[in-house]
Design a protein around this ligand. Structure first.
Ligand code: C5P
Length: 246
């Protein structure tokens, strides 16, 4: 139970290990994939990621590295040691940073007692929180957001990364242009509120658009019955996949 062709990562956007363990316990065997972001990571460190991995969970470590190549290389090596399967880096870090990060992921896998697949690197392109005025303020005035996303995704593809994080709206164009896998947040079942997400899609819409993995936070965490909410999303994903003929 809980495993589908398009895994649903539950975003553990909670402040500490106690709250995170409560979510994991509530979801039980339905919760197979989890995203750990900066908030929880800073509260609990790598120890909690290892705890999830040892419990048989798949972990997406969303720390969005963006630094000089040498620093990112060392950070990717450390992150790989946790057993996380996915890790984010900013494509804005540039081609060299991305290439070095990918090489570090592969090297770390070879030295991890030969038992691990390399941690899969996902590139963050242009943050979906950026409006045109934000891009202008950071000196990317001439950048059309969707063209910028594609250019950065191509940079990630050229560096050999596994995929990108992108909104439901961008999935189709990114996948068609680059062939990269797509980790897609901004998922809202029809019954949920949009919260602060601007570009949302239902689980089925995201799957139909070509999402490889979904990220869902509040629609599960804030549901009256989180496990039921997650199972409903997984069922919708399976239904959409069956429809696509997979
Ligand atoms: O609660 P919600 O389902 O909106 O959570 C989505 C998760 O995905 C959050 O952890 C958020 O940081 C992440 N995310 C996002 N939009 C992006 C990139 C990441 O919502 N563009």
């Amino acid at each position: 139970m809980g495993e589908t062709g398009v895994p649903v990562f539950v975003a553990l956007d909670v402040p500490d290990a106690v709250a995170a363990r409560r979510v994991v316990e509530q979801l039980g065997d339905a919760g197979t994939h989890y995203k750990v972001g900066l908030e929880l990571y800073l509260a609990t460190g790598a120890g909690f990621v290892r705890e999830l991995v040892e419990a048989g969970k798949h972990v997406f470590l969303d720390l969005k590295f963006h630094d000089i190549p040498n620093t990112v290389k060392a950070a990717v090596r450390q992150a790989a040691q946790t057993g996380a399967e996915f890790l984010t880096v900013h494509a804005l870090g540039g081609a060299t940073m991305l290439t070095v990060a990918q090489a570090a992921a592969q090297e770390a896998a070879q030295t991890a007692n030969a038992r691990r697949e390399a941690v899969k690197l996902l590139a963050v392109t242009i943050l979906t929180s950026h409006a045109a005025s934000d891009l202008e303020a950071i000196g990317l005035a001439s950048t059309d957001a969707s063209a910028g996303v594609l250019r950065l995704a191509q940079l990630a593809a050229d560096a050999g990364l596994h995929g990108v994080v992108c909104s439901p709206r961008e999935v189709q164009s990114v996948r068609t242009a680059t062939g990269l896998a797509a980790m897609v947040p901004g998922i809202r079942p029809r019954t949920a509120t949009a919260d602060d997400q601007r570009r949302v899609a239902t689980p089925a819409e995201a799957v139909r658009a070509g999402a490889s993995y979904l990220v869902v936070g509040r629609p599960v965490l804030r549901a009256q019955e989180p496990r039921k909410a997650l199972l409903a999303i997984q069922e919708e994903v399976s239904g959409a996949l069956a429809h696509k003929g997979e």
